[in-house]
Design a protein. Sequence first.
Length: 284
Amino acid sequence: MAQKHSNISVGIDIGGTKITAGLVADNKITATKTLPTPAGENQETVINAIIKACKEVLDVQSVSGIGVGVPGLVDTTEGIVHIASNIPSFKNVELKRILEHAFDKPVYVNNDANCFALGAKNIDEGKNYKNIVGLTLGTGLGGGIIINNHLYEGVGGGAGEFGYLPYRDGILEHYCSGQFFKRKYDVTGEEAFELAQKGDSKAFRMFDVFGFHIGEAVKIAAHMLAPEAVMLGGSIAKSFDYFKESMWMSVRRFPYKDVVDNLEIIPVHNPGVAVIGAASLVFD
């Protein structure tokens, strides 16, 4: 297999609706290709789409390796995707072996929230922090942990699953993701954002309550890890200005003042962060 010989790699972000591949050099995307995810098709069709997207950006001579982020359960050592959210056929896929055979490059596969955290660390907003918790606020609540500049995966890649922690009458994800808006108000997070942009007072109240719960999630992360920064990604992060005040009101009730005084909470709006994070797996 080809040896690593540069700081250039390919990052692939696999989602339920689209697959994005990017050629990444020095944590900047220099070429990109996005294809629709054939989520309802068989495993071979999905794999072929991943390979096609990668081929569009792969510079064979300079690329050191390929990193892949998948929304689901991944054996990061063997590079096997056990389950991928919203892609029913993607079960027990030996993705590392398949892509290494296709491209003759080292391949690294990880959970998409871990890739977000790694990407957030490596873009401008996060590069000055050694210890980061990344939270993705989307359909669910994903999490990733950076300790001393490196991704911490835990056993079986299971670290950082904040969304499944017990909280109130359910789990944290029910209150800190798009599920909150659907369960409590029967709107999507996107609809709530659009209403808030129009000055809707009900939407403002939705985000006030949502921000309180995000603050509680941040406090859990602070109790466990006391990071320098919590980076927020996912589709709901763009609503940050509408929930940041109530979020900070909750966070400031944290019992250890020094931890909160030295904590930054930063929304990440870089659309390529997941691709950059996946590409960073090659060098982490």
